[in-house]
Structure formats: C-alpha cells, structure tokens
Write a protein that binds this ligand. Structure first.
Ligand SMILES: CC(C)(COP(=O)(O)OP(=O)(O)OC[C@H]1O[C@@H](n2cnc3c(N)ncnc32)[C@H](O)[C@@H]1OP(=O)(O)O)[C@@H](O)C(=O)NCCC(=O)NCCSC(=O)CCC(=O)c1ccccc1C(=O)O
Length: 265
C-alpha cells in the first residue's frame, strides 16, 4: 500500500495493490466538514488517483463513524469561505473532477451525508451505504445552496419532485429511504460496509477499464450542461453569502439556535 504524502493534513490517501484508491476526508471532529484546504487536498488526490493507470476504482469516504461529510465547515466562513474560488472554496473544481476522472468513484457512506457532503455522494458514480447512514440537504436552513450539480443533477438522480422536497424541507432521510429514491445503490449492515465496498470494487476491477471510462463519459455527457449552470450559480451564491440573510444561517448554526431569515433590516 502506498501512503498519503506528508503534506496532506485534512485527508488520507491510500492506493492498494488490487487497484483501489481510497480518499478519506479526515476531519472526524468536524463531522468531516470541508474547508478550503480540504477541498484543495481532495482535488490533488482525485488528480493523482484519476490518472494513475494502476488505479481502477476510487472510494471516497469519511473518517470515523459519525459522518461521510457534512459539507462546508461552518467555522470556516462568515460570508465567503477561507480558500480560493468564486465562494472561497474551489468546490466546482472538485465536483467536476469526480465526474471527469475516467474511472468509477464509489461513495462509502457510513454516517451523515449532509449538505455539500450529500452533493459529493450524489456525484459519485455509485453509493454504498451503511444502515446507519443519513442523507439530506441543509442549505436553506443555514443560508446556503448548491446551485449546480447539487440541485439540477440531484433531480436527474431522484426526480424533480423529490429533489425539490429535499431542498425545500431540509429533512433527513434514512439509508433505506435513500436507496428507494435512487440516492444509494445498496444498504448493508454497518459492520459489513467495508466488505461490501470491497466486493463492488473487485467486480469493477474485472471489467475493461476503457469500456468503463467510455460508459462514464457517456453518462456524463447527457448532464454536462449542469456544469455551466453551476458556475453561473456560484457567482450568485457568492453575492448571497455576503448578505445578512445568508450570514444569519451560519450564525444561527454556530449559536445552536433557529435562524430568523424573514427579519427585515
Ligand atoms: C450533520 C448534522 C445533521 C448532525 O446533527 P446532530 O446529530 O444534531 O449534531 P450537531 O450537534 O448538529 O453536530 C455535531 C457536531 O458537529 C459539528 N458540525 C456538524 N456539521 C458541521 C459543519 N458542516 N461545519 C462545522 N461543524 C459541523 C457541530 O457543530 C457539532 O459540534 P460541537 O462542537 O459538538 O458543537 C448537523 O450538524 C448539521 O446539519 N450540520 C450542518 C451542516 C452544514 O451546515 N453544512 C454546510 C452547509 S451545506 C449547504 O449549504 C449546501 C450547499 C452546498 O452544498 C455547498 C455548495 C457550494 C459550496 C459549499 C457548500 C457547502 O456545503 O457549504
């Protein structure tokens, strides 16, 4: 096994001899929320695994038992986030890269896949969930929204009505509900999650890598226009983040109280 470069602080990276690369968000004390640095490291790791011919499948996961990923770190923004990019996070690059790497990406979801973490799981080619996993969106509850793949592509995956419900009501969904709506491929007992992920990876590794990459690109082509919607939307999100309405969401989350979005000046 090759270990992650010493420079990574927010993720773990491992390539196994069987051709599986594991990329793990390693901020369990923050429920694997991402800050600017986390997103940069994820981009670096996906580039590394994505173009290495010895790697046939990539598994994205979150460290610990609590969360796969809970989206942007609420401690890393009051307005823009703390990194580069339109909103202070190069999140569009990461989302596009998960689609662009010419090999299947599996989301291994053992806990919360919430907010931007739910977007990452949705973007992975396949999702394998523990029975303890929980899925959902929180954007309109915390003064945010994903204006591209997280909304428009989600509708391709679960259908328009369900996608709108997910975003407008911000409920949490069990792993079984996620499977029924097409957000997860399968749900397994918690202690069987890694074995199940290994089984799917082994089956993928037996298949023609070129056929898989053509299949992936073909699936992607049909929803590629959403990339443009997303980059336009990020400009709008950047303006929204600077408003009192958006800031109230993050502030309320940090103060552990209900937000008051409808208050006027
Ligand atoms: C994940 C929860 C549903 C868990 O709820 P619960 O079990 O009641 O536990 P809590 O007490 O709420 O949380 C435990 C502990 O974890 C900390 N924490 C959880 N999530 C985050 C986070 N994202 N950032 C920082 N810290 C987090 C929490 O503060 C607690 O710590 P203590 O020290 O114990 O107090 C629930 O926690 C939850 O709903 N979390 C909020 C998730 C969130 O706000 N995510 C970011 C916004 S998501 C979003 O806006 C969608 C838009 C989007 O996808 C996007 C698009 C473009 C750029 C960025 C984003 C983005 O994701 O922001």
């Amino acid at each position: 096994m090759s270990a992650e470069p010493a420079a990574y602080t927010d993720i773990l990276y491992t390539e196994r001899p069987d051709g599986v690369a594991f990329i793990t968000i390693n901020r369990p004390d923050r429920y694997n929320a991402f800050r600017g640095r986390t997103v940069e490291e994820l981009i670096d790791a996906f580039q590394r695994a994505g173009w290495n011919r010895d790697v046939g499948v990539i598994v994205l996961s979150g460290a610990g038992d609590k969360a796969f990923c809970t989206g942007g770190d609420q401690g890393a923004h009051d307005g823009q986030y703390d990194g580069r990019g339109t909103i202070g996070l190069p999140i569009e690059e990461l989302q596009a890269l998960i689609r662009d790497v010419p090999k299947p990406v599996i989301a291994r979801v053992q806990g919360f896949a919430i907010g931007g973490g739910n977007v990452l799981a949705t973007l992975c080619d396949l999702t394998i969930a523990s029975e303890r996993a929980q899925f959902g969106q929180v954007g309109p509850k915390v003064g945010s929204v994903d204006p591209g793949f997280g909304t428009a592509y989600l509708a391709r995956v679960v259908g328009e009505k369900k996608a709108r419900e997910i975003w407008y009501l911000c409920r949490r969904y069990t792993a079984d509900e996620a499977e029924r709506m097409g957000l997860a491929n399968c749900v397994v007992p918690h202690d069987e999650l890694d074995a199940e992920v290994d089984r799917w990876c082994a089956e993928i590794m037996e298949k023609s890598p070129t056929a898989l990459s053509i299949a992936k690109r073909s699936f992607n082509a049909d929803s590629e226009n959403i990339r443009g919607i997303g980059s336009l939307g990020m400009q709008a999100l950047s303006l929204y983040y600077d408003t009192d309405e958006s800031k109230e969401g993050g502030k309320a989350f940090r103060e552990k109280r209900k937000p008051d979005f409808r208050r006027r000046g």
